[in-house]
Design a protein around this ligand. Structure first.
Ligand code: PLP
Length: 407
């Protein structure tokens, strides 16, 4: 008798991560066949020549011989202390080294934060569109993601009435991604204060993903939601990947602040999971102190004459010149989330749309439903390529859409 087929776990039934999903597999196959693909699908800065600051690279090299051992599960003292200082700069009160956890990127800690919290049936409010790791992590942990809408008509800010409507006795927390991936939104303090108020009234934990908090255009300033109250529990996520262009160093962190007493049992769960994965990679931990200690962030790139700001402006201008395409101009982060007017582009399946764009024009984007957006009329574009390449890519999208209209 042949050996039985072995299936993946049923835990994965509702887990989806389309940023690295089937359209990317197709792009890889095309590359193997010799096609050159323009990749506007992932916020991986270093591969677009946006490399980490030299001081970080040099310190990594210097520290490598001493970085072969495990560390404390939460991480080394010095980088955690530098994160405590970062919290002080951002006015997140009452954070000690014990409240800081280092991880292999924020991703590991996001998954850990959900795993330590959720029982079957527990609900977490997540934005739509979201960075899909959040929805995937909630589902994998056995919880239920409940999506609240962000409102395109209102600069993609969270729809507070929708949040209130979706709270049930099973709601344990609310995720906010600010600055936002995929919309590029940056939430005003008034909105953040109202979210804090909702969390306070309903006894929720606020999970704040702030990994783009230095990628700000037009002189915008970022407020950490955890700086706005001390009577609500906050878990804040950040790391070196974006602000310091070091995605591959896998250096991220998580900060517990606010009303820690009410969540002491949950904190025990976080400590347990942190111990089980032993520690974050030690070379990545050692990069954190260098990064946070000096002037080497992304400021020059996001200034009006800086490369990222120019690329944002160009991509936005060219996209919104295409008939039937509208797009809220990003205030922050590395992405835009344009809308395709359904009257002009009646798209039934936006993954199919992404496949066709790839096949016809060799441009790789991610379909909006990949970010748990409810309707198939958006896509996410990463504006990391140089201006010439971006202009070429958006030109191809325009040609594809012109042909689409003629169908
Ligand atoms: N959070 C958001 C909103 C992101 O966009 C990303 C990566 O793109 C992450 C978290 C993951 O970051 P890390 O590289 O630290 O795992």
């Amino acid at each position: 008798m042949p050996a039985p087929i072995i299936h993946k776990s049923a835990k994965l039934d509702n887990v989806c991560y389309d940023i690295r999903g089937p359209v990317l597999d197709k792009a890889r196959a095309m590359e193997e066949d010799g096609h050159k693909i323009i990749k506007l699908n992932i916020g991986n800065l270093a591969v677009f020549g946006l490399e980490p600051p030299d001081e970080i690279v040099q310190d990594m090299i210097r520290n490598l011989p001493q970085a072969a051992g495990y560390t404390d599960s939460k991480g080394l003292f010095a980088p955690r202390k530098s994160i405590v200082h970062y919290c002080q700069e951002k006015r997140i009160a009452g954070v000690t080294v014990e409240d800081v956890y280092l991880g292999n990127g924020a991703s590991e800690l996001i998954a850990m934060s959900m795993n330590a919290l959720l029982n079957p049936g527990d609900e977490i409010l997540v934005p739509a569109p979201d960075y899909p790791l959040w929805t995937a992590s909630i589902s994998l942990s056995g919880g239920t993601p409940v999506h609240y809408l962000c409102d395109e008509q209102s600069d993609w800010n969270p729809d507070l009435a929708d949040i209130e409507r979706k709270i049930t006795p099973r709601t344990k927390g609310i995720v906010i991604i600010n600055p936002n991936n995929p919309t590029g939104a940056l939430y005003p303090d008034a909105v953040l204060l109202q979210i804090v108020d909702i969390a306070r009234r309903h006894g929720l934990i606020v999970f704040a993903d702030e990994i783009y908090d230095k990628v700000l255009y037009d002189g915008n300033v970022h407020t950490s939601i955890a700086s706005l109250a001390d009577d609500v529990p906050f878990i804040t996520f950040n790391g070196l990947s974006k602000n310091y262009r070091s995605c591959g160093y896998r250096a991220g962190w998580m900060i517990v602040s606010g009303d820690k007493r009410r969540i002491s049992d949950y904190i025990e769960g976080l400590n347990m999971l942190a111990s089980m994965r032993l520690c974050a990679n030690t070379p990545g931990q050692l990069a954190i102190q260098t990064a946070l200690g000096g002037y080497q962030s992304i400021d020059d790139l996001v200034a009006p004459s800086g490369r990222l700001c120019r690329q944002r402006d160009l991509a936005h201008k060219l996209l919104t010149e295409i008939p039937g395409v509208t797009c809220v101009k990003p205030k922050a982060a590395l992405y835009m989330f344009p809308r395709l007017d359904p009257e002009i582009y009646p798209i039934a399946d936006d993954q199919q749309f992404a496949y066709e764009l790839l096949a016809e024009e060799k441009v790789l984007i991610v379909q909006g439903t990949g970010f748990n957006y409810p309707t198939p009329d958006h896509f996410r574009l990463v504006y990391l390529p140089h201006e010439n390449d971006l202009a070429d890519a958006v030109g191809r999208i325009a040609r594809f859409l012109a042909n689409f209209r003629k169908r």
